[in-house]
Design a protein around this ligand. Structure first.
Ligand SMILES: [Fe+2]
Ligand SMILES: [Fe+2]
Length: 163
């Protein structure tokens, strides 16, 4: 499996996330539907790219926003499955995403905290500006995807997974 990104996506964004989108376990997110009209992979890229742009504009840490945004739903399993802890997926999946991201990409404490709080208010309070960006952008992307609004990288000709 490999990923192609069209030329109008800035190289500086791609550099932040290239090691993640080269990882086969991460690319498995493409197999799972998300918000009715997209895959979990495309949703993650949308959140990452938009968060990166906003973080840059707000003089926040855009590298962390790009990576944590991409990994916030790193859960390659069906969300209809029962969780091992018995919690609702809304509460369980951020913890699973932290665990998977730590295991595969060795993320730092700030990235862990951002991923952990992305479901706020169904989870902990975001602790820094990048975490607020991601929790808000996640909800905006979810709404746009659900109502099938094409934006950012969601158009297939701009970000294509082959395989
Ligand atoms: Fe999520
Ligand atoms: Fe999400």
């Amino acid at each position: 499996m490999n990923v192609q990104i069209s030329r109008d996506i800035p190289v500086s964004y791609f550099d932040e996330i290239s090691h993640i989108i080269a990882n086969d376990e991460f690319l498995m997110l493409d197999r799972y539907g998300h918000h009715r009209n997209t895959s979990r992979l495309m949703h993650s890229v949308n959140v990452s790219y938009l968060s990166w742009r906003i973080a840059r504009r707000m003089h926040c840490d855009e590298s962390i926003a790009a990576r944590a945004g991409l990994l916030h739903d790193f859960c390659p399993y069906d969300f209809r499955e029962k969780t091992p802890t018995g919690e609702h997926q809304a509460f369980y999946h951020p913890k699973a995403a932290v665990e998977n991201s730590e295991r595969v990409f060795n993320i730092n404490d700030k990235e862990k905290s951002i991923i952990h709080s992305h479901m706020f208010p169904l989870g902990p309070l975001p602790r820094n500006r990048e975490a607020w960006i991601i929790t808000v952008v996640d909800k905006i992307c979810a709404c746009l995807e659900f109502f099938h609004v094409s934006f950012a990288l969601a158009r297939k000709n701009r970000f294509v997974v082959n395989g």
